[in-house]
Design a protein around this ligand. Structure first.
Ligand SMILES: NC(=O)c1ccc[n+]([C@@H]2O[C@H](COP(=O)([O-])OP(=O)(O)OC[C@H]3O[C@@H](n4cnc5c(N)ncnc54)[C@H](OP(=O)(O)O)[C@@H]3O)[C@@H](O)[C@H]2O)c1
Length: 288
């Protein structure tokens, strides 16, 4: 199998390079050797390589910056996925793409399912929704995996930030009114590889959008507490107390959904791939 991977140096892309390595030949691209905004080059690369699968782990993920860089966010998250879907369709290949819980406004109060109406609160969410819609409107076989609160230990993430704070501060204030599913980048990469190890026909028949995230959900404060508790270097921590804060205590340019947990049961039953509890994956991430 020939796999073309975009976003190869991001949190997820880095993990995908490892988890997909046994599936076949991977052609990894990142912004340094191919800027996806250079659409002519992107098309030429895809047409020259003729991959069986395009995995798009690239995205404009700066949620706050997107508010002032709307055009770029829309190009990278909205228009490039459309181009990738068109090229995938021409090659009769498969497109794997990732989206976000931030397509929702967080007002539902229970975990979101795939058919819930999106209503993004900010530019990032709107741009990611545009990407989803463009892929779904096209002719390609695709799997869009909507995920949330992705972290890794190898790139800057909420987990690495909490660990940094824990070394420097005795008291940490973390919001307890934002709730979703912490998702380990390696798990998402592992799930992607497991999907791609299935028969192409099986995947084509199940082409669509699915929620894929850590099982269960937590507030950012619960998540921070667990990170600190599971830190193998706990003896080096300076932190003594983690106190709850409100989102309104830390004004940011982008508004975030408060309750954006994803219900992933559709994915698990369709593909028979279980998703571990977020706490169990965090434990693996902290010790692995
Ligand atoms: N992180 C989260 O909490 C989260 C939550 C829900 C969904 N997701 C989705 O999950 C997927 C993976 O996210 P992630 O956390 O792995 O993101 P990430 O670490 O920010 O990785 C994205 C990669 O895309 C690259 N990129 C951005 N613009 C590009 C361009 N024009 N051309 C080529 N490459 C470009 C980035 O390069 P630079 O770093 O150099 O800009 C980065 O390496 C994305 O679709 C994201 O929307 C993420």
């Amino acid at each position: 199998m020939k796999i073309l991977l975009f976003g190869a140096l991001g949190q997820l892309g880095t993990e995908l390079q490892a988890t997909m390595s046994s599936l076949g030949e991977i052609a990894p691209y990142d912004i340094h050797n191919l800027n996806l905004e250079h659409t002519k080059e992107v098309k030429e690369t895809i047409r020259a390589l003729r991959p069986d699968v395009i995995v798009n782990a690239s995205a404009y993920t700066a949620v706050d910056k997107a508010e002032s860089e709307q055009d770029m966010a829309l190009r990278v998250n909205g228009e490039i996925p459309e181009l990738l879907a068109d090229e995938t369709a021409l090659l009769h290949a498969m497109l794997i793409h990732y989206s976000t819980d931030y397509v929702f406004d967080g007002s539902k109060g229970t975990p979101y399912i795939e058919t819930d109406e999106p209503h993004p609160l900010g530019v990032y969410g709107r741009s990611k929704l545009a990407g989803e819609e463009a892929i779904r409107a096209g002719k390609a076989n695709y799997l869009i995996l909507r995920t949330s609160w992705v972290y890794s230990r190898n790139r800057s993430s909420f987990v690495t930030k909490v660990l940094e704070w824990s070394l420097k501060q005795e008291v940490i204030h973390v919001v307890d009114d934002q709730v979703s599913n912490p998702t380990w980048a390696r798990r998402l990469a592992d799930v992607t590889a497991r999907l791609l190890s299935k028969e192409p026909g099986f995947l084509r028949e199940r082409s669509g959008l699915y929620h894929v995230a850590g099982n269960g959900y937590a507030s950012r404060m619960d998540w921070a507490r667990k990170i600190i508790e599971l830190d193998p270097n706990r003896h080096e921590q300076k932190v003594r107390e983690i106190l709850p804060a409100r989102t309104s205590d830390f004004p940011t340019p982008a508004q975030r959904p408060l309750f954006s947990a994803l219900d992933c049961s559709q994915f698990q039953s369709t593909f028979e791939i279980p998703l571990p509890r977020w706490e169990d994956d965090l434990q693996l991430a902290m010790t692995g």
